[in-house]
Every structure is written in structure tokens, then in C-alpha cells.
Design a protein around this ligand. Structure first.
Ligand code: ADP
Ligand code: MG
Ligand code: ZN
Length: 479
């Protein structure tokens, strides 16, 4: 049977982190009471005039530089004309043939191999309003989002991505870069980062291109992955039946984990693009570009390399911890306070991430401040608590937000090292297990010694210092 491979192009939209909207002074924020952040400009009322937001332009230049793009010194705003109730002006202000950034690339790592993903363009436009459909025939529209600055990043043709995993990895990397640059909060569930994969399939090894479909409304890494997998399979089955794929826009049904036909593809000429007569073209001079370049923050790849070098972390840890800037920041604060890079990594990647995942929380919302985790790691190193107790302690710290020392004290979790206390415990265990003790003493069945240690640990509820218990048990057995 003929083998097929997917060919994937990604169009990503990122809402920019600015105080005000793209062409007016209305506040740019998520949610809120519907239709409370609107004015004649973002509602497209007659006579209203737009003024471009400098900060938004700067965010796009910064992103384009981070994506290794060439900056178009002359960038013009164009009108993309179409009618939809969420677009009150009847057109969207965008950039058609003079996007701010062109011809860039980022590197991603798939199965230990570095792959370069080329980027065709990075441009600036404005977001639309939001429609809500009621239970009956009624629909509602909220224009708070209308006019929010939106950046679009499109991968190049011919596409470099050939599997759902590669596409997901690209998106993870792109999101990391955007959040490190602080140009977008990257919250896919709130729609501030949205992604539309274009998928076609072709016979494996072929250099031709099949008909593509575009998948909309994917709001998580997982749905991007599943959507591409589903679409790939669907198209392969169509071709195997000897039929043809229809070029169209498809939605994603999260419950059914399926794509469905939304509308047939519209073509560029239908938008009747033309230069917006209300806005001056952008004149991006070298000085401005240099100024932005000079204030570039550390990017994910650089930070990962620094983590490898300075903290001696394994590559997996370094990649995981630098995936988002808040996570990398949190980790570095823990290391700085406790001084043990590997232990800090183990706790952040392990138990803490597990607690956050189970709770559906991001590291930014973590109820355990980094200083608390650092103190906990120090208490383990000093032997104040055991590693096992620490697991329970961290859960309490997470649930209550209390510092570890307060909880250790309140729960009586301090490791028992006191010889008299331990000795009494061991005597009790010996008395209760006289047969085991005599088997060891008289028949030399040393393998049974571990059982006694276990009984003492159990009697102490995991708090006895294992080293001291072992020493005392040996002493008593030899007595
Ligand atoms: P459209 O105008 O339909 O949005 P574009 O030409 O802007 O299409 O391309 C959107 C994305 O799809 C780009 O990343 C592009 O590289 C990619 N693309 C174009 N043709 C194909 C194809 N046949 N299969 C997969 N991806 C494609
Ligand atoms: Mg498209
Ligand atoms: Zn406004």
C-alpha cells in the first residue's frame, strides 16, 4: 500500500501585551463586562480615525528579530475587507505585502535532532470581537477584543514540518520565545495564542504538494497535535478511496476529537486588500531596530545553554525548566536560595509539577513560593526531615501556602535522632519480634535484619533517622 506523509504549515496569532488597543486608547485586557472597553475607533463608527500603537509595532519588530527575520523598513497597513458580525468596521486592518518581518527561522529539536523551521512572515493586525451563541436562536457579540493588537506568524513554503509532533514542538518553542520576549502571555486557553495548522498529505518521498485544509479553533498543544493527526488520517483515507481532498477551513470538535467542515476556502482576491488611507506607512529606521536589539532579553536557547553550563543539569532537565520564562525564573530562585541545582530541578520537575498539573495551575499561580521550596530542600540536606516526609510536607505547603518550618513543627515531622528515643523504639520492636531477633542472633539469618529496620521506621511513622536506626540495631544485635 502507498505510504503517505503529512506536510504542515503553521499560522499562529498572538495577542500582544500592550496597555491599549492597536489603533485607539481603549484598554487591552482579557474578559471583563462585555462591551465596556470600546470607542468609536474600535467600533468603526463613521469619522473615527485610527492611530497606530507604537508599543505593538515594537513588539512585532522584537519578535521578528528573535525569529531571525529581516525587517521591512517600510511597512504599510492594508485593509482586508470582509463582512462578519464580529468585525464592526467591515474590514480588518492588517499588513498585506509589506509585513514587518520576513524570511526568518527557528530551530527545534525532535528526537534529539535539530531541525530548522523557516518562517515566511511576521505581521501586525487587529483582533476581532467575540461571538456567543445562546441556547435558542439568539447570538451575542462582545467588542472588548475588537482592535486588540494581534501578531501573525506564518511558516514558510515549502513547509518544513512533517508530523504532528514536529508541529507541536514548533509551537512549544514559539510560545517560549514569545513569553520570554514578554510580547504575549501565551495563554492558549484564553485565546491569546491561537494556532491554525494547514495540513496536506503526499506520497512519502514525493516532492509534490497535495490539497491542504486549515484547522481552526485549536486552543491547546494537545488539540493541535490531535487535530493534525486526525486530519492527516482523514486525508489519507480520502486518497486511498481514490477521491480528492477539498480545500477548506475545518473546525475542531473537542468532545469528538474530530475536525469538521466549516466553510470552503476563500481566496486572497476576495478580500480586496488595499492600503488603509487613514494610516501612515511605518518608517522603521535603523536606530529604532538597534535600540530594540540592544534590549533583547535572554531567549530560551541561550537560557537552556546557560542552565547546562552553570548548573550542570542533564539536557532533559534544562529543556524542561526553560520551556517557559516563569518556570525558569522560579527554578533559578529556588537554586539561588538553596544552592543545590539538581535537587531543585528534581523537586520542581517532579512533585511540584505534578501538584500543579493535578490542580490545572501554571507556575505563576503556584501557592508555594520558591523560597519555601528552597528551605524544604535545605531541611532534607541537613537531615531535619527525610525525603519521604518531604513529599507529604510539599503537599501541605501546596495546600496551605505555609512555610515548611511552620508545618514541620506543627506536624512533629522532625527526624528523630535522639538515641534514647530510638533505643526505646528498637527495644519494643525487638520484644514484639523475638523470633526474628533470635533467628538473626542464633542462626545468623542476616537477611532478616532489614525487616527490623522497616518495623522501626514504621513505628516512627517514617520519622526515625535511618542511619541512626541502623547503627543502633547493629549495636543491639551484637550485644
Ligand atoms: P492561505 O492563504 O490559504 O492561508 P498561505 O499561502 O498563507 O495559505 O499558507 C498558509 C500556510 O500553509 C503556510 O505556512 C504555508 O507554507 C502552508 N502551506 C501552503 N501550501 C500548503 C500545502 N499544500 N500543504 C501544507 N501546507 C501548506
Ligand atoms: Mg490561512
Ligand atoms: Zn477603542
Amino acid at each position: 500500500m502507498l505510504e503517505y506523509e503529512p506536510v504542515i504549515g503553521m499560522e499562529c496569532h498572538a495577542e500582544l501585551l500592550t496597555e491599549s488597543k492597536m489603533f485607539c486608547g481603549c484598554q487591552n485586557a482579557f474578559g471583563g463586562e462585555p462591551n465596556t472597553r470600546c470607542c468609536p475607533v474600535c467600533l468603526g463608527l463613521p469619522g473615527a480615525l485610527p492611530v497606530a500603537n507604537r508599543k505593538a509595532v515594537e513588539h512585532v519588530i522584537r519578535t521578528a528579530l528573535a525569529l531571525n527575520c529581516t525587517i521591512n523598513r517600510y511597512a504599510r497597513f492594508d485593509r482586508k475587507n470582509y463582512y462578519y458580525p464580529d468585525l464592526p468596521k467591515g474590514y480588518q486592518i492588517s499588513e498585506y505585502d509589506t509585513p514587518i518581518g520576513v524570511r526568518g527561522w527557528i530551530d527545534i529539536e525532535v528526537n534529539g535532532e535539530v531541525r530548522r523551521v523557516h518562517i515566511r512572515r511576521v505581521h501586525l493586525e487587529e483582533d476581532t470581537g467575540k461571538l456567543f451563541h445562546g441556547m435558542g436562536n439568539e447570538s451575542y457579540v462582545d467588542y472588548n477584543r475588537a482592535g486588540v493588537p494581534l501578531m501573525e506568524i506564518v511558516t514558510d513554503f515549502p513547509p518544513d514540518l512533517h508530523s504532528a509532533e514536529e508541529a507541536r514542538t514548533y509551537l512549544v518553542k514559539l510560545r517560549a520565545i514569545l513569553t520570554y520576549l514578554d510580547v504575549c502571555d501565551g495563554r492558549m486557553e484564553q485565546g491569546s495564542l491561537r494556532c491554525e495548522p494547514n495540513v496536506s498529505v503526499r506520497p512519502k518521498g514525493s516532492s509534490t504538494f497535495g490539497v491542504k485544509t486549515e484547522i481552526k479553533n485549536l486552543n491547546s498543544f494537545r488539540s493541535v497535535y490531535r487535530g493534525i493527526e486526525y486530519e492527516t488520517q482523514r486525508q489519507i483515507e480520502i486518497l486511498r478511496r481514490g477521491e480528492q481532498v477539498v480545500q477548506e477551513t475545518r473546525g475542531w470538535n473537542e468532545e469528538r476529537q474530530q475536525t469538521f467542515s466549516q466553510r470552503s476556502k476563500e481566496f486572497e482576491q476576495e478580500y480586496r486588500y488595499f492600503p488603509d488611507p487613514d494610516l501612515l506607512p511605518l518608517d522603521i529606521d535603523e536606530e529604532w531596530i538597534a535600540q530594540i536589539r540592544a534590549t533583547m532579553p535572554e531567549l530560551p536557547d541561550e537560557r537552556r545553554n546557560r542552565f547546562l553550563r552553570d548548573y550542570g543539569l542533564p539536557p532533559y532537565d534544562a529543556s524542561f525548566l526553560t520551556e517557559t520564562r516563569p518556570l525558569a525564573d522560579y527554578y533559578e530562585q529556588v537554586v539561588r536560595a538553596c544552592g543545590d541545582a539538581k535537587q531543585a530541578s528534581n523537586w520542581v520537575m517532579g512533585d511540584l509539577s505534578r501538584l500543579l498539573n493535578a490542580d490545572g495551575k501554571e507556575i505563576a499561580e503556584c501557592p508555594v513560593p520558591p523560597e519555601h521550596l528552597a528551605v524544604m530542600i535545605q531541611r532534607i540536606a541537613e537531615g531535619t526531615i527525610s525525603g519521604k516526609i518531604a513529599k507529604a510536607l510539599l503537599e501541605e505547603m501546596y495546600a496551605t501556602g505555609q512555610p515548611p518550618d511552620v508545618l514541620i513543627e506543627a506536624r512533629g515531622w522532625t527526624t528523630i535522632k535522639d538515641t534514647a528515643t530510638l533505643s526505646a523504639m528498637i527495644d519494643r520492636v525487638f520484644a514484639e519480634n523475638a523470633d526474628v531477633v533470635s533467628a538473626i542472633r542464633e542462626k545468623g539469618q542476616l537477611q532478616k535484619r532489614g525487616f527490623l529496620v522497616g518495623q522501626v521506621m514504621k513505628a516512627s511513622q517514617g520519622k526515625a533517622d535511618p542511619k541512626e536506626v541502623n547503627r543502633l540495631i547493629d549495636e543491639k544485635l551484637n550485644a
